[in-house]
Design a protein around this ligand. Sequence first.
Ligand code: PGA
Length: 249
Amino acid sequence: MSRRKIIAGNWKMNKTPSEAVALVNELKPLVANDDVDVVFCVPAIDIVPVVAAVKGSNIQVGAENMYFEESGAYTGEIAPAMLVDAGVKYVVLGHSERREYFGETNDDVNKKVRKALEHDLVPIMCCGESLKQREQGVTMDFVRQQVKVGLQGVTAEEAKKVVIAYEPIWAIGTGVTATTEQAQEVCAAIRVCIKEVYDGATADAIRIQYGGSVNAATAGELFAQVDIDGGLVGGASLKPEFGDIVNYK
Ligand code: PGA
């Protein structure tokens, strides 16, 4: 089965609202490509102006996080309905920076994934091992646990819509991209895990991205792998280079 590629930028904590609009206007012509899904995941405060700025283009807007309750006394959090109402289609959940600096657990990620799906938001659920875990030979065990717990209580029909981003922590923001073989190996293992939990059709449908220092030089080879359906791109998504990544072919 052929899965449509999805190439998402993760802006992280960069760009004020006015800078965000300027960046969208700069990148808009560069990322024009109707053959792939192009998503800009932006800071919460940039969402409203970015949704307005991408109007009429092929760019869809994602959030970088979301809370798992509907509304209420959760000072500082953003509810799924707020994202939907603002025009958001995707939401990055369980990024390693959220896990590391803000204590997010697999159970938190699972609650967020289920809540996002309830609201028809597409979760981009992140997973990935640390350098220590890779050296200890537990990469697959660790990633499988993240994926299995993250998707607990999610039906096969819902899981087909989920995007999984495999991002080895040692490759994020370091300039060290995983080798094509390393990235393909883990993405393939994630697909096997999905097949075990659900079925072959779900495993065939689910899109798995690679993330971690993706750049214009590495994107083509990575995205050509059978189990890699695009990328989650940090640093390079803030530059004109993102246009070359989106148009990697
Ligand atoms: P990077 O970030 O491309 O800057 O390594 C990727 C990510 O954290 O999503």
